[in-house]
Write a protein that binds this ligand. Structure first.
Ligand code: HPA
Length: 277
């Protein structure tokens, strides 16, 4: 190969540090814990930790409630590698920087990614506190982590996003939720760049496009994960109604407060799904 691939070299370097910390653990399941959902990372047993600041070539979390470390250990009887806190575009990260830890998970052997966030609901049938399984996504960030020479060299540049959210994993999640009496919806997720919340006019437009939920993360991670062939499950916690719906005017504090009230069911749902994998 004549050209160097800087991203590939950076991932190799970061993976060597992460692998060393894993100390022989071989997680096949990755978990991204979003806003207000970080506490599940503390339920992981026999854990080892790696703060993002110790990972070469990786950015760190600056968002409220995002701890900013990898946690590897046992959850639902399986070895999982969790991101306790994510990287967002609104923190000033490029799409490739947001995607970096997802590619890193793949480098150390993760094959299934469960990505989670708090989201606003556009579908008037949804209630605050519901969980929503992502059936598909609309990437409204205006960015794509593969849109550069280096990521395109990691795998095929052009790839299908059909069934990006794995139908079998979605079905398992419905079954677990039904068994445990947890209210879940399934719908189309729209990812915006943020960090301003949407205007009522944007919310009406997104709804007319067929979106059911909206937030400021996930899309770039899912594109990166599908690029390298990971199976993906996406789960949102509906923390608020979208701006203007039923008079809603969301705030960051409200999102975290609602997440706190749904911590136990979130842990039960995610752990139940992991048990079935
Ligand atoms: N909009 C965007 N991001 C969000 C929201 C919302 O209403 N709720 C939680 N994250």
């Amino acid at each position: 190969m004549l050209e160097t691939n800087v991203l590939d070299e950076n991932l190799t370097l970061a993976a060597s540090v992460l692998k060393q910390r894993l100390d022989g653990r071989e997680p096949k399941i990755g978990l991204v814990l979003g806003s207000g959902l970080n506490p599940l990372g503390n339920d992981i047993a026999d854990a080892v930790y790696l703060p993002y600041v110790e990972v070469p070539r990786m950015k760190t979390s600056t968002a409220e409630g995002h701890v900013g470390r990898f946690v590897c250990g046992t959850l639902g009887d399986k070895c999982v590698l969790a991101m306790q806190g994510r990287l967002h575009g609104y923190e000033g990260n490029t799409a490739q920087e947001v995607a970096f830890p997802v590619w890193l998970l793949a480098r150390v052997g993760v094959r299934t990614l469960i990505t989670t966030n708090a989201a606003g609901a556009l579908n008037p049938k949804y209630q605050v506190g519901d969980f929503c399984i992502m059936s598909d996504q609309i990437n409204f960030t205006g960015r794509n982590p593969i849109a550069a020479p280096d990521p395109a060299n990691l795998s095929e540049r052009f790839f299908s996003m059909k069934d990006a959210f794995d139908p079998e994993l979605r079905a398992i999640t419905h079954d677990v939720a039904a068994e445990r009496g947890i209210r879940v919806q399934e719908g189309v997720y729209l990812g915006a760049l943020g960090p301003s919340f949407e205007t009522p006019a944007e919310i009406r437009m997104f709804r007319s496009w067929g979106a059911d939920t909206v937030a400021m993360s996930v899309c770039e991670e899912v594109i990166a994960a599908r690029h390298v062939g990971m199976r993906v499950l996406g789960i949102s916690l509906v923390s608020n109604m979208g701006c203007g719906i039923e008079g809603a005017s969301p705030t960051g504090i409200e999102v975290l407060d609602v997440a706190k009230t749904r911590e136990a069911d979130f842990a039960s749902l995610v752990t139940g799904v992991i048990e079935q994998l």
